[in-house]
Ligand binder design. Structure first.
Ligand code: PMV
Length: 355
């Protein structure tokens, strides 16, 4: 039997939305009801590292997450694998004497080993980095010739927010118009160097896993909330234009105002859902009040906050000096024994590494 193994390793950071994606118009293709904008973190901090390998001796597709085997039978994994396989091209490694033809990929199996450098249960977006890395590494292994935008449309079908992790810096996920989702892709608005004074501080308020998954939460919001319709139609389209402008001009006051308002509206939609969904807790609310007071006392915003489907605060400081002050003050108001943990992160200086 042939003994060779071919391997590719990639790293993909997570991303944090500043204009939120919440609600799908197509559940299977994962098509959103509005555009969203995010920042991608530096892969040195919150990222997934994935090694994919192929060998004629592998009997089936298998995957390990943080060392534990997980099932690949879910529709989202199957879609990503199928979409990448169908675009595979010839691969040749002369040194190893390996030649894989386009058609061979249909019969060959892959092994996927994925690792998060942050606790998966910490309630921090891990599926975004995970699916982006899976799609990117498989595409490299199978010599898929599509550009990042096309790959983002595949990652989107693993987890919506994953499409934005294929780029560094500031990224927009365009909702698109097509029924097949071909134009629902991520595009880079500005690279990681464009606004690198910003520092992201993440306050891990609770490491408990969220009670309502984003998938079921979104579905319930779309079915029952009136506010979500107004948000998608009237509010987000305007905010997207303003946020793009703020990012282009490095206009922190506008950036902060929009990011905070959008996070608050997303959580208002959750409250407007029947039954209501509570992602934030008392500590989250205290952090919001604290940042609001600070910003008001300075006369101009110094820190922006945003919360995803959980109680953890993502705080964006306008520069390193403010970030240092922020960390100091947070530790004073929320001492270590208060069940709060803080870490600061820089924006990505590269989006993806590849061995
Ligand atoms: O991609 P999902 O299903 O994990 O949903 C992400 C939803 C939010 O994180 C709350 C918002 C966003 O745009 O990332």
């Amino acid at each position: 039997a042939q003994k060779w193994v071919l391997m590719v390793t990639a790293q993909t950071p997570t991303n944090i939305a500043v204009i939120k994606y919440w609600g799908k118009r197509d559940e299977t293709l994962i098509l959103p009801i509005n555009d969203s904008i995010s920042v991608t973190l530096d892969p040195a901090h919150l990222c997934t590292t994935t090694t994919v390998s192929v060998s004629p001796s592998f009997e089936k597709d298998r995957m390990w997450l943080n060392g534990k085997e997980i099932s690949l039978s879910g529709a989202r994994y199957q879609t990503c694998l199928r979409e990448i396989r169908s675009r595979a091209t010839d691969v040749e490694d002369e040194k190893k004497g390996i030649k894989i033809g386009k058609k061979d990929w249909e019969k060959l199996h892959v092994h996927i080993a994925s690792h998060n450098n942050f606790p998966t249960a910490a309630g921090l977006a891990s599926s975004a980095a995970g699916f982006a890395c899976l799609v990117f590494s498989l595409a490299k292994l199978m010599n898929v010739k599509e550009d990042q935008g096309k790959l983002s449309a595949i990652a989107r079908q693993g987890s919506g927010s994953a499409c934005r992790s294929l780029f560094g810096g500031f990224v927009k996920w365009k909702m698109g118009k097509e029924e097949d989702g071909s134009d629902s892709i991520a595009v880079q608005l500005a690279d990681e160097k464009h606004w690198d004074e910003l520092v992201i501080v993440i306050a891990v308020v609770s490491s408990r896993q969220k009670e309502t998954s984003s998938t079921s939460g979104m579905l319930e919001s779309v079915e029952t909330s009136m506010l979500i319709k107004h948000r998608a139609k009237e509010v987000v389209p305007k905010r997207i234009i303003q946020m793009e402008e703020a990012i282009k001009d490095r206009d922190f006051p506008s950036f902060a105002r929009l990011a905070c308002a959008d996070s608050n509206q997303f959580h208002a939609v959750c409250l407007d859902t029947c039954p209501p969904i509570f992602y934030m807790n008392d500590t989250s609310h205290r952090i919001i009040s604290y940042v609001e007071k600070w910003n008001r006392s300075e006369g101009t915003p110094q820190v922006a906050y945003t919360f995803d489907a959980g109680p953890n605060a993502v705080l964006i400081a306008r520069n390193r000096k403010v970030a240092a002050q922020l960390l100091q003050r947070l530790l004073f108001y929320f001492p270590p024994q208060s069940d709060c943990d803080f870490n600061s992160y820089l924006l990505g200086d590269r989006s993806i590494l590849q061995d």
